[in-house]
Design a protein around this ligand. Structure first.
Ligand code: SF4
Ligand code: SF4
Length: 395
Protein backbone atom coordinates (compact mmCIF):
# COMPACT_ATOMS: atom_id res chain seq x y z
CA UNK A 1 0.00 0.00 0.00
CA UNK A 2 1.24 3.46 -0.82
CA UNK A 3 0.01 6.95 -1.51
CA UNK A 4 0.93 6.84 -5.21
CA UNK A 5 -2.73 7.06 -6.28
CA UNK A 6 -2.81 10.72 -5.25
CA UNK A 7 -1.05 13.66 -6.85
CA UNK A 8 0.71 16.30 -4.78
CA UNK A 9 -2.23 18.70 -5.00
CA UNK A 10 -4.56 16.02 -3.65
CA UNK A 11 -2.22 15.17 -0.79
CA UNK A 12 -2.20 18.84 0.16
CA UNK A 13 -5.98 19.05 -0.18
CA UNK A 14 -6.47 16.30 2.37
CA UNK A 15 -5.08 18.67 4.97
CA UNK A 16 -7.24 21.60 3.86
CA UNK A 17 -10.61 20.34 5.14
CA UNK A 18 -11.93 22.65 7.87
CA UNK A 19 -14.57 20.21 9.12
CA UNK A 20 -17.30 22.74 8.32
CA UNK A 21 -19.79 19.93 7.44
CA UNK A 22 -21.37 21.90 4.59
CA UNK A 23 -20.75 18.95 2.24
CA UNK A 24 -22.71 16.59 4.51
CA UNK A 25 -25.82 18.78 4.20
CA UNK A 26 -26.03 18.32 0.42
CA UNK A 27 -24.99 14.68 0.10
CA UNK A 28 -27.83 12.56 -1.32
CA UNK A 29 -26.43 9.39 0.23
CA UNK A 30 -26.47 10.98 3.68
CA UNK A 31 -29.90 12.54 3.11
CA UNK A 32 -31.66 9.24 2.43
CA UNK A 33 -29.64 6.97 4.73
CA UNK A 34 -29.01 9.28 7.69
CA UNK A 35 -25.51 7.76 7.78
CA UNK A 36 -22.95 10.50 8.36
CA UNK A 37 -20.12 8.08 7.50
CA UNK A 38 -21.12 8.47 3.84
CA UNK A 39 -20.43 12.20 3.86
CA UNK A 40 -17.44 13.90 2.27
CA UNK A 41 -16.28 15.25 5.62
CA UNK A 42 -16.18 11.76 7.17
CA UNK A 43 -14.35 10.46 4.11
CA UNK A 44 -11.82 13.27 4.34
CA UNK A 45 -11.11 12.35 7.96
CA UNK A 46 -10.72 8.67 7.05
CA UNK A 47 -8.45 9.46 4.14
CA UNK A 48 -6.21 11.69 6.27
CA UNK A 49 -5.93 8.89 8.81
CA UNK A 50 -5.01 6.34 6.15
CA UNK A 51 -2.35 8.56 4.61
CA UNK A 52 -0.81 9.26 8.00
CA UNK A 53 -0.99 5.59 8.98
CA UNK A 54 1.12 4.42 6.05
CA UNK A 55 4.88 3.89 6.52
CA UNK A 56 7.69 6.41 6.40
CA UNK A 57 8.94 9.33 8.38
CA UNK A 58 5.53 11.01 8.46
CA UNK A 59 4.05 8.07 10.28
CA UNK A 60 6.94 7.78 12.75
CA UNK A 61 6.71 11.49 13.52
CA UNK A 62 2.99 11.25 14.18
CA UNK A 63 3.29 7.87 15.87
CA UNK A 64 0.30 6.81 13.81
CA UNK A 65 -0.84 3.24 13.40
CA UNK A 66 -2.47 2.04 10.20
CA UNK A 67 -6.21 1.41 10.48
CA UNK A 68 -7.30 -2.18 11.13
CA UNK A 69 -8.67 -4.48 8.40
CA UNK A 70 -12.20 -3.92 9.73
CA UNK A 71 -11.74 -0.16 9.66
CA UNK A 72 -10.45 -0.38 6.09
CA UNK A 73 -13.41 -2.55 5.05
CA UNK A 74 -15.90 -0.12 6.55
CA UNK A 75 -14.15 2.89 5.07
CA UNK A 76 -14.03 1.26 1.64
CA UNK A 77 -17.77 0.55 1.79
CA UNK A 78 -18.40 4.27 2.29
CA UNK A 79 -16.06 5.18 -0.59
CA UNK A 80 -18.09 3.10 -3.04
CA UNK A 81 -21.50 4.13 -1.65
CA UNK A 82 -21.30 7.51 -3.35
CA UNK A 83 -22.86 8.59 -6.63
CA UNK A 84 -19.91 10.83 -7.56
CA UNK A 85 -22.53 13.57 -7.95
CA UNK A 86 -20.02 16.28 -6.94
CA UNK A 87 -22.57 18.20 -4.90
CA UNK A 88 -20.07 18.16 -2.05
CA UNK A 89 -17.44 19.72 -4.30
CA UNK A 90 -19.92 22.34 -5.50
CA UNK A 91 -20.46 23.69 -1.98
CA UNK A 92 -17.05 23.14 -0.36
CA UNK A 93 -15.97 26.64 0.74
CA UNK A 94 -12.30 25.66 0.59
CA UNK A 95 -12.58 24.56 -3.03
CA UNK A 96 -11.30 21.00 -2.52
CA UNK A 97 -11.63 18.99 -5.74
CA UNK A 98 -13.58 16.30 -3.95
CA UNK A 99 -14.83 14.34 -6.95
CA UNK A 100 -11.29 13.80 -8.28
CA UNK A 101 -10.28 12.82 -4.79
CA UNK A 102 -13.06 10.21 -4.67
CA UNK A 103 -11.81 8.72 -7.95
CA UNK A 104 -8.24 8.52 -6.64
CA UNK A 105 -9.51 7.06 -3.39
CA UNK A 106 -11.31 4.31 -5.30
CA UNK A 107 -8.08 3.43 -7.13
CA UNK A 108 -6.31 3.35 -3.79
CA UNK A 109 -8.96 1.01 -2.33
CA UNK A 110 -8.70 -1.34 -5.33
CA UNK A 111 -4.89 -1.34 -5.21
CA UNK A 112 -5.06 -1.96 -1.46
CA UNK A 113 -7.49 -4.87 -1.90
CA UNK A 114 -10.46 -3.28 -0.11
CA UNK A 115 -13.26 -2.99 -2.65
CA UNK A 116 -16.67 -4.47 -3.53
CA UNK A 117 -16.14 -7.75 -5.36
CA UNK A 118 -18.60 -6.68 -8.06
CA UNK A 119 -15.76 -4.55 -9.38
CA UNK A 120 -14.04 -7.77 -10.48
CA UNK A 121 -17.06 -8.38 -12.72
CA UNK A 122 -16.74 -4.89 -14.25
CA UNK A 123 -13.04 -5.52 -14.87
CA UNK A 124 -13.72 -8.91 -16.51
CA UNK A 125 -16.53 -7.52 -18.67
CA UNK A 126 -14.32 -4.71 -19.91
CA UNK A 127 -11.39 -7.02 -20.59
CA UNK A 128 -13.44 -9.61 -22.44
CA UNK A 129 -16.05 -7.54 -24.27
CA UNK A 130 -14.85 -3.92 -24.09
CA UNK A 131 -18.16 -2.79 -22.62
CA UNK A 132 -19.10 -2.49 -18.99
CA UNK A 133 -22.01 -4.94 -19.15
CA UNK A 134 -20.19 -7.92 -20.70
CA UNK A 135 -22.46 -7.88 -23.76
CA UNK A 136 -21.21 -8.96 -27.18
CA UNK A 137 -19.48 -5.84 -28.46
CA UNK A 138 -20.30 -6.83 -32.04
CA UNK A 139 -23.93 -6.07 -31.10
CA UNK A 140 -23.22 -2.51 -30.00
CA UNK A 141 -25.28 -1.00 -32.81
CA UNK A 142 -28.10 -3.56 -32.85
CA UNK A 143 -30.54 -0.91 -31.60
CA UNK A 144 -30.57 0.43 -35.18
CA UNK A 145 -32.74 -2.57 -36.12
CA UNK A 146 -35.48 -1.19 -33.85
CA UNK A 147 -35.70 2.05 -35.82
CA UNK A 148 -38.79 2.63 -37.97
CA UNK A 149 -36.81 3.46 -41.10
CA UNK A 150 -33.09 2.97 -40.54
CA UNK A 151 -30.58 3.80 -43.25
CA UNK A 152 -29.60 0.78 -45.32
CA UNK A 153 -26.00 0.94 -44.12
CA UNK A 154 -27.15 0.93 -40.48
CA UNK A 155 -25.29 4.24 -40.02
CA UNK A 156 -21.93 2.46 -40.12
CA UNK A 157 -20.06 4.40 -42.77
CA UNK A 158 -16.44 4.27 -43.89
CA UNK A 159 -16.00 8.01 -43.49
CA UNK A 160 -18.07 10.87 -42.05
CA UNK A 161 -17.76 14.40 -40.72
CA UNK A 162 -19.01 13.37 -37.32
CA UNK A 163 -18.98 10.24 -35.16
CA UNK A 164 -21.92 9.63 -32.86
CA UNK A 165 -20.38 7.82 -29.87
CA UNK A 166 -23.32 6.01 -28.28
CA UNK A 167 -21.82 4.75 -24.99
CA UNK A 168 -22.46 1.41 -23.28
CA UNK A 169 -25.76 2.19 -21.51
CA UNK A 170 -27.57 3.47 -24.62
CA UNK A 171 -26.17 0.64 -26.72
CA UNK A 172 -27.41 -2.21 -24.55
CA UNK A 173 -30.23 -1.21 -22.19
CA UNK A 174 -33.66 -1.37 -23.84
CA UNK A 175 -34.88 1.51 -21.62
CA UNK A 176 -32.04 3.69 -22.88
CA UNK A 177 -31.93 2.51 -26.51
CA UNK A 178 -34.74 4.92 -27.34
CA UNK A 179 -32.17 7.71 -27.01
CA UNK A 180 -29.82 6.68 -29.84
CA UNK A 181 -32.87 5.79 -31.93
CA UNK A 182 -34.28 9.30 -31.43
CA UNK A 183 -30.95 11.01 -32.02
CA UNK A 184 -30.16 9.00 -35.17
CA UNK A 185 -33.60 9.92 -36.55
CA UNK A 186 -33.02 13.61 -35.82
CA UNK A 187 -29.55 13.53 -37.40
CA UNK A 188 -30.95 11.70 -40.42
CA UNK A 189 -33.81 14.19 -40.86
CA UNK A 190 -31.49 17.19 -40.57
CA UNK A 191 -29.00 15.81 -43.10
CA UNK A 192 -26.02 15.54 -40.75
CA UNK A 193 -23.09 13.54 -42.16
CA UNK A 194 -22.48 11.09 -39.30
CA UNK A 195 -21.45 7.54 -38.59
CA UNK A 196 -21.55 5.12 -35.69
CA UNK A 197 -18.44 3.18 -34.71
CA UNK A 198 -20.43 -0.01 -34.13
CA UNK A 199 -18.27 -2.87 -32.85
CA UNK A 200 -15.16 -0.67 -32.95
CA UNK A 201 -16.60 1.58 -30.22
CA UNK A 202 -15.26 0.53 -26.84
CA UNK A 203 -16.29 1.81 -23.42
CA UNK A 204 -15.17 5.47 -23.07
CA UNK A 205 -13.30 4.55 -19.89
CA UNK A 206 -15.34 6.40 -17.31
CA UNK A 207 -16.65 3.23 -15.64
CA UNK A 208 -13.01 2.24 -15.10
CA UNK A 209 -12.20 5.52 -13.41
CA UNK A 210 -15.33 5.22 -11.27
CA UNK A 211 -14.52 1.63 -10.32
CA UNK A 212 -10.91 2.32 -9.37
CA UNK A 213 -9.55 0.59 -12.49
CA UNK A 214 -7.59 3.52 -13.93
CA UNK A 215 -4.82 1.17 -15.08
CA UNK A 216 -7.07 -0.05 -17.92
CA UNK A 217 -8.03 3.41 -19.17
CA UNK A 218 -5.14 4.16 -21.56
CA UNK A 219 -5.74 1.13 -23.79
CA UNK A 220 -9.43 2.00 -24.23
CA UNK A 221 -8.71 5.64 -24.90
CA UNK A 222 -6.10 4.83 -27.57
CA UNK A 223 -8.42 2.35 -29.24
CA UNK A 224 -11.32 4.84 -29.42
CA UNK A 225 -9.10 7.63 -30.70
CA UNK A 226 -7.85 5.40 -33.51
CA UNK A 227 -11.41 4.26 -34.35
CA UNK A 228 -12.52 7.90 -34.76
CA UNK A 229 -9.39 8.79 -36.77
CA UNK A 230 -10.15 5.97 -39.20
CA UNK A 231 -13.50 7.59 -40.00
CA UNK A 232 -11.78 10.85 -40.92
CA UNK A 233 -14.19 12.61 -38.54
CA UNK A 234 -13.55 16.03 -37.04
CA UNK A 235 -16.31 16.02 -34.47
CA UNK A 236 -17.72 13.55 -31.94
CA UNK A 237 -21.27 13.74 -30.64
CA UNK A 238 -22.38 12.29 -27.31
CA UNK A 239 -25.80 11.92 -25.72
CA UNK A 240 -24.14 10.48 -22.59
CA UNK A 241 -22.74 13.20 -20.28
CA UNK A 242 -20.23 10.79 -18.73
CA UNK A 243 -18.76 9.82 -22.12
CA UNK A 244 -18.74 13.50 -23.12
CA UNK A 245 -17.08 14.65 -19.90
CA UNK A 246 -14.51 11.83 -20.10
CA UNK A 247 -13.51 12.72 -23.68
CA UNK A 248 -13.36 16.39 -22.74
CA UNK A 249 -11.31 15.90 -19.62
CA UNK A 250 -9.10 12.86 -20.19
CA UNK A 251 -8.69 12.40 -23.96
CA UNK A 252 -6.26 14.53 -26.00
CA UNK A 253 -7.75 17.65 -27.55
CA UNK A 254 -7.86 16.21 -31.07
CA UNK A 255 -11.54 16.40 -32.02
CA UNK A 256 -14.37 18.81 -31.45
CA UNK A 257 -16.64 17.17 -28.88
CA UNK A 258 -20.29 18.14 -28.41
CA UNK A 259 -23.07 17.03 -26.17
CA UNK A 260 -26.43 16.36 -27.85
CA UNK A 261 -28.05 19.33 -26.09
CA UNK A 262 -25.45 21.69 -27.60
CA UNK A 263 -25.81 20.10 -31.02
CA UNK A 264 -29.62 20.21 -30.93
CA UNK A 265 -29.82 23.87 -30.03
CA UNK A 266 -27.56 24.69 -32.99
CA UNK A 267 -29.79 22.66 -35.33
CA UNK A 268 -32.84 24.50 -33.95
CA UNK A 269 -31.22 27.95 -34.24
CA UNK A 270 -30.27 27.17 -37.84
CA UNK A 271 -33.84 26.05 -38.53
CA UNK A 272 -32.75 22.59 -39.58
CA UNK A 273 -35.38 20.82 -37.48
CA UNK A 274 -38.88 22.27 -37.73
CA UNK A 275 -40.80 21.64 -34.52
CA UNK A 276 -44.51 21.24 -34.00
CA UNK A 277 -46.58 22.27 -31.00
CA UNK A 278 -46.50 19.99 -27.96
CA UNK A 279 -49.16 20.38 -25.32
CA UNK A 280 -46.99 19.29 -22.40
CA UNK A 281 -45.59 20.72 -19.17
CA UNK A 282 -42.12 19.48 -18.35
CA UNK A 283 -39.42 20.01 -15.78
CA UNK A 284 -35.70 19.46 -16.34
CA UNK A 285 -33.26 17.33 -14.37
CA UNK A 286 -29.61 18.44 -14.74
CA UNK A 287 -27.45 15.30 -14.98
CA UNK A 288 -24.54 15.59 -12.51
CA UNK A 289 -21.82 15.06 -15.14
CA UNK A 290 -23.41 17.50 -17.58
CA UNK A 291 -24.43 20.23 -15.14
CA UNK A 292 -22.00 20.36 -12.23
CA UNK A 293 -19.47 18.40 -14.30
CA UNK A 294 -19.28 20.40 -17.54
CA UNK A 295 -21.45 23.45 -16.65
CA UNK A 296 -23.97 22.82 -19.44
CA UNK A 297 -27.11 24.30 -17.91
CA UNK A 298 -28.54 26.67 -20.51
CA UNK A 299 -28.57 24.65 -23.74
CA UNK A 300 -31.02 21.94 -22.61
CA UNK A 301 -33.39 24.60 -21.26
CA UNK A 302 -33.15 26.51 -24.52
CA UNK A 303 -33.94 23.33 -26.47
CA UNK A 304 -37.04 22.70 -24.35
CA UNK A 305 -38.27 26.28 -24.63
CA UNK A 306 -37.83 26.19 -28.42
CA UNK A 307 -40.75 23.76 -28.71
CA UNK A 308 -44.00 25.65 -29.38
CA UNK A 309 -46.69 25.23 -26.75
CA UNK A 310 -44.51 23.53 -24.15
CA UNK A 311 -44.73 24.56 -20.51
CA UNK A 312 -41.53 24.58 -18.48
CA UNK A 313 -41.23 24.55 -14.72
CA UNK A 314 -37.97 24.39 -12.74
CA UNK A 315 -37.33 21.87 -9.98
CA UNK A 316 -36.86 23.27 -6.47
CA UNK A 317 -33.17 22.27 -6.73
CA UNK A 318 -31.90 23.05 -10.20
CA UNK A 319 -28.76 23.79 -12.21
CA UNK A 320 -25.66 23.44 -9.96
CA UNK A 321 -27.87 22.54 -6.97
CA UNK A 322 -29.77 19.79 -8.79
CA UNK A 323 -30.38 16.66 -6.72
CA UNK A 324 -28.69 13.51 -8.02
CA UNK A 325 -31.01 10.80 -9.43
CA UNK A 326 -29.04 8.01 -7.70
CA UNK A 327 -27.69 6.50 -10.92
CA UNK A 328 -24.05 7.55 -10.79
CA UNK A 329 -20.81 6.17 -9.40
CA UNK A 330 -21.73 2.50 -9.95
CA UNK A 331 -23.88 2.86 -6.82
CA UNK A 332 -26.69 0.77 -8.27
CA UNK A 333 -24.31 -2.16 -8.54
CA UNK A 334 -22.83 -1.77 -5.06
CA UNK A 335 -25.93 -0.74 -3.07
CA UNK A 336 -29.11 -0.88 -5.19
CA UNK A 337 -31.30 -0.04 -2.22
CA UNK A 338 -29.45 3.22 -1.52
CA UNK A 339 -29.59 4.09 -5.24
CA UNK A 340 -33.37 3.49 -5.31
CA UNK A 341 -33.94 5.65 -2.22
CA UNK A 342 -32.04 8.51 -3.83
CA UNK A 343 -34.16 8.02 -6.97
CA UNK A 344 -37.31 8.12 -4.84
CA UNK A 345 -36.31 11.48 -3.37
CA UNK A 346 -35.67 12.77 -6.88
CA UNK A 347 -39.03 11.57 -8.20
CA UNK A 348 -40.85 13.11 -5.23
CA UNK A 349 -39.27 16.47 -6.01
CA UNK A 350 -40.29 16.12 -9.67
CA UNK A 351 -43.89 15.24 -8.79
CA UNK A 352 -44.12 18.33 -6.58
CA UNK A 353 -43.71 20.52 -9.69
CA UNK A 354 -46.92 19.13 -11.21
CA UNK A 355 -45.13 18.55 -14.54
CA UNK A 356 -46.38 15.83 -16.93
CA UNK A 357 -42.85 14.74 -17.72
CA UNK A 358 -39.27 15.08 -16.55
CA UNK A 359 -36.75 15.74 -19.27
CA UNK A 360 -33.05 15.08 -18.82
CA UNK A 361 -29.97 14.73 -21.03
CA UNK A 362 -28.47 11.46 -19.89
CA UNK A 363 -29.11 7.81 -20.63
CA UNK A 364 -28.19 6.72 -17.11
CA UNK A 365 -30.53 9.28 -15.50
CA UNK A 366 -33.32 8.14 -17.83
CA UNK A 367 -32.68 4.51 -16.96
CA UNK A 368 -32.56 5.17 -13.21
CA UNK A 369 -35.70 7.32 -13.13
CA UNK A 370 -37.74 5.08 -15.46
CA UNK A 371 -36.79 2.02 -13.42
CA UNK A 372 -38.07 3.69 -10.26
CA UNK A 373 -41.23 5.04 -11.91
CA UNK A 374 -42.16 1.68 -13.44
CA UNK A 375 -41.43 -0.37 -10.33
CA UNK A 376 -43.52 1.94 -8.21
CA UNK A 377 -46.24 2.67 -10.79
CA UNK A 378 -45.65 6.43 -10.63
CA UNK A 379 -47.63 8.32 -13.33
CA UNK A 380 -44.72 10.28 -14.77
CA UNK A 381 -43.15 10.40 -18.21
CA UNK A 382 -39.34 10.32 -18.26
CA UNK A 383 -37.70 11.55 -21.45
CA UNK A 384 -34.26 12.31 -22.70
CA UNK A 385 -33.97 15.64 -24.52
CA UNK A 386 -33.39 13.74 -27.78
CA UNK A 387 -36.69 11.90 -27.29
CA UNK A 388 -38.50 15.15 -26.56
CA UNK A 389 -37.21 16.71 -29.78
CA UNK A 390 -38.00 13.54 -31.72
CA UNK A 391 -41.57 13.79 -30.41
CA UNK A 392 -41.77 17.43 -31.53
CA UNK A 393 -40.38 16.86 -35.04
CA UNK A 394 -42.77 17.87 -37.78
CA UNK A 395 -43.83 14.65 -39.58
S1 SF4 B 1 -20.12 12.98 -4.58
FE1 SF4 B 1 -22.29 13.20 -4.01
S2 SF4 B 1 -22.81 11.21 -3.06
FE2 SF4 B 1 -20.56 11.36 -3.12
S3 SF4 B 1 -19.98 12.26 -1.12
FE3 SF4 B 1 -20.17 13.97 -2.55
S4 SF4 B 1 -22.30 14.68 -2.27
FE4 SF4 B 1 -22.16 12.61 -1.37
S1 SF4 C 1 -17.27 21.27 2.74
FE1 SF4 C 1 -15.08 21.00 2.28
S2 SF4 C 1 -14.01 21.95 4.04
FE2 SF4 C 1 -16.15 21.65 4.66
S3 SF4 C 1 -16.13 19.62 5.70
FE3 SF4 C 1 -16.69 19.25 3.54
S4 SF4 C 1 -14.73 18.78 2.55
FE4 SF4 C 1 -14.23 19.76 4.51
Amino acid sequence: MSNQDYNVKQLLETGACTNCQVCADVCPAVAVSGDGDLSAVARMKGLAQILKGRGGLFRRMLRSRPPSDEAFDHFSSTVFRCTLCANCQEVCPVGIHLRDLWLSLRHDMVHSGYYPKKINMIRDNLKEEHNVFGEDNDERAEWVEDMAEPAEDGYIRDRAEMVYFTGCTAAYFPLAQKIPIALAEILDRSGVDFTLLGATEWCCGFPMLGAGLKDMFQEFMEHNLEAVREKGAREILFACPSCYATWREYYPDEFKVSHASQFLINLIRNERIPLKKLDLTVTYHDPCDLGRGTRIFDEPREVIRAIPGIGFVELAHNRENCLCCGGGGNLEMVDPNLSARIAQRKIEEILATGADAVVTSCQQCVRTMITYVRRNKVPLDVLDITQLIRRALVD
